[in-house]
Design a protein around this ligand. Structure first.
Ligand code: ACO
Length: 401
């Protein structure tokens, strides 16, 4: 068979793979993931070691540029980001236009897209230098916008941050400083937040990252691609699961804490309920990030002297599920989102903000994937389909239908 002729005669031979369960969309040198063995590495470095020894900005540099930075490289990256941390005052008018009840992910996606109008040069990525400028701009402005989405829902005046603080500390301050009461620094909180952001920083071709790459493949700019990625992350089957987990744990608590009842619901195929924070498209073993987060949650709650009954419910659910034939046979384990919300709560971050926290962590991964796609000059992403609709039909005027 001549494939070329066949394609033009009949529409061609097309593999159909809903959800792209077995379809590779690119070659990538950024993140290695072995879901059977539960291994995750960024640029060859194990996630366990990075979470323990590196800080978020170092990991961002590693993901985006391929190597761990020297001290001089990291200082330059950090300073370049600080230089760009201002956000145009007119962006506040856009933020003001949203109702207080708006979901922060919708606001964040809109503001990220609006940023293009205020930074038109960011669309120019014709050289690596221009690309670097766009990257530094969004690394600087994104945490500001993310923090603003929280101040919006809380009705607080905006905080412009403090450049003398580190990246993660400054983000935390911009979110949580109180008018008249200032801001209390806390190393335990910073360390926990830093770790969470590192664990979320990249995860190869997931739904939001593939979205960033496919939108970017049309040569839409970086910020437009990121805005689309934020929308993809919002969904409860993806990043939105961290919010859904806490809401589920709260509902179980309010219902008397009967974990067995909810395990039974999750197994019942006539019940749409799913155990949020369980299962993963790629991990068929314990998600290595969930292991680190589980330990971190216990440490942070202990260090801050917080007792959260929701953590006990989470542990109870996990214990039952991990010994239940339904979950064992389907290889359903807790994923990264199962415990992360418990830490965010302990850090004083409201539930609606959890997915925004994920987005701030994922930002360097999205940038790295977009940059790799552009530097490799990948073609426009354009999947095919198998048409299953009507054959040719003659048009009927409206009075004959
Ligand atoms: N609770 C109960 N059953 C589940 C769950 C769950 N959380 N997850 C999967 N299953 C079951 C399915 O019903 C299916 O059963 P079947 O074979 O009897 O039909 C089987 O396990 C396989 O599930 P699929 O939905 O086909 O797996 P898929 O790879 O498409 O979905 C997903 C993965 C979306 C993560 C799914 O496990 C899920 O919905 N989990 C809950 C939401 C969640 O935690 N999402 C966060 C993922 S991590 C992230 O994005 C950061």
């Amino acid at each position: 068979i001549d494939i070329k002729t066949l394609r033009s005669d009949s529409g061609g031979i097309i593999t159909i793979d809903p959800g792209y369960k077995n379809t590779g969309s690119c070659e990538s040198a950024i993140t290695f993931l072995d879901g059977e063995k539960g291994i995750l590495r960024y640029r060859g470095y194990s996630i366990e070691e990075l979470a323990e020894k590196a800080d978020f900005l170092e990991v961002a540099y590693l993901l985006i540029f391929g190597e761990l930075p020297t001290k001089a490289q990291l200082d330059k990256f950090n300073n370049d980001i600080k230089e760009q941390s201002e956000v145009d005052e007119d962006m506040k008018k856009i933020l003001d236009g949203f109702p207080k009840t708006a979901h922060p992910m919708g606001v964040l996606s809109s503001l990220t897209s609006a940023l293009i109008a205020f930074n038109p040069s960011s669309v120019d990525v014709s050289s690596e230098e221009a690309m670097y400028k766009a990257i530094v701009k969004i690394m600087a402005k994104f945490p500001v916008l993310a923090a603003w989405t929280m101040r919006k829902i809380k009705g607080l005046p905006l905080d412009y941050g403090d450049d003398s603080l580190g990246y993660v500390e400054n983000f935390h301050k911009m979110m949580l400083s109180k008018p008249n009461k200032g801001y209390e620094a806390n190393q335990i909180v910073y360390d926990a937040l830093d770790k969470l952001l590192i664990l979320h920083a990249d995860h190869e071709q997931n739904c939001s990252t593939s979205t960033v790459r496919i939108v970017g493949s049309s040569h839409a700019g970086l910020f437009a691609s990121l805005s689309a990625g934020i929308s993809a992350l919002w969904g409860p089957l993806h990043g939105g699961a961290n919010q859904a987990v806490i809401e589920m744990l709260e509902a179980i608590k309010a219902d008397g804490g009967d974990t067995a009842k909810y395990i039974a619901k999750a197994k019942d195929k006539n019940d749409p309920f799913r155990l949020m924070g369980f299962g993963h498209r790629v991990y068929k073993n314990f998600d290595p990030r969930a292991k680190i987060i589980k330990t971190a949650a216990e440490e942070v709650l202990g260090d801050l002297g917080i007792e959260d009954p929701v953590l006990d419910i989470a542990k109870g659910l996990a214990d039952v599920a991990l010994n239940d034939e339904y979950f064992v046979s389907r290889k359903l384990y807790p994923n990264v989102d199962f415990y992360s919300g418990i830490i965010y709560r302990a850090l004083g971050i409201p539930t609606e903000m959890f997915t925004v926290m994920f987005a701030v962590g994922r930002l360097p991964g999205w940038i790295a994937q977009w940059r790799e796609m552009r530097l490799r000059k990948e073609p426009i992403g354009r999947p095919r389909q198998i048409y299953i609709g009507e054959n040719h039909r003659d048009f009927k005027p409206i009075d004959q239908r």
